[in-house]
Design a protein around this ligand. Structure first.
Ligand code: RB5
Length: 135
């Protein structure tokens, strides 16, 4: 997360740890202004080198950090504003990164998006070929 997303990122990370997940927190760790591309790229590196199977990225809108992350071909980041986005991003796109806009969605919506994202499987089938073309 950048400075606009740090509070939501910390809340989601706490939820995940309480649920027993291992979280790699790549920052930022305070409200000092930082540049979202640096954090999107850092998360993307963690996906690409196998440190993490799933990523969560947060900036003010979720847009800038998702653009940054999606420049890495290992990443399929889906910018989600509600649970239907999150479900379909997993079912159809096999998204491996959830991007959230802390200034646009409330923390409860964000939590629900993350829960749905984590519990929903890729449907495969006709979507396999299309997802393969994204790589
Ligand atoms: C930071 O002010 C803001 O531009 C950033 O968090 C994000 O919304 C960019 O897409």
């Amino acid at each position: 997360a950048d400075h606009a997303g740090v509070s939501l990122k910390d809340a989601l990370a706490d939820d995940l740890r309480e649920a027993g997940a291992q979280v790699i927190d790549l920052g930022t760790h305070g409200t000092e202004s930082v540049d979202y591309p640096d954090y999107g790229a850092a998360m993307a590196d963690a996906i690409a080198d196998g440190r993490a199977p799933i990523g969560v990225i947060v900036c003010g809108t979720g847009i800038g950090i998702s653009i940054a992350a999606n420049r890495n071909p290992a990443v399929r980041a889906a910018h989600c504003a509600h649970t239907t986005d999150a479900r379909l991003a997993r079912q159809h796109n096999d998204a491996n990164v959830l991007a959230l806009g802390a200034r646009l969605v409330g923390s409860e919506v964000a939590r629900d998006c993350l829960a749905v994202f984590l519990e929903t499987a890729f449907e495969g089938g006709r979507h396999e070929r299309r997802v393969a073309k994204l790589g």
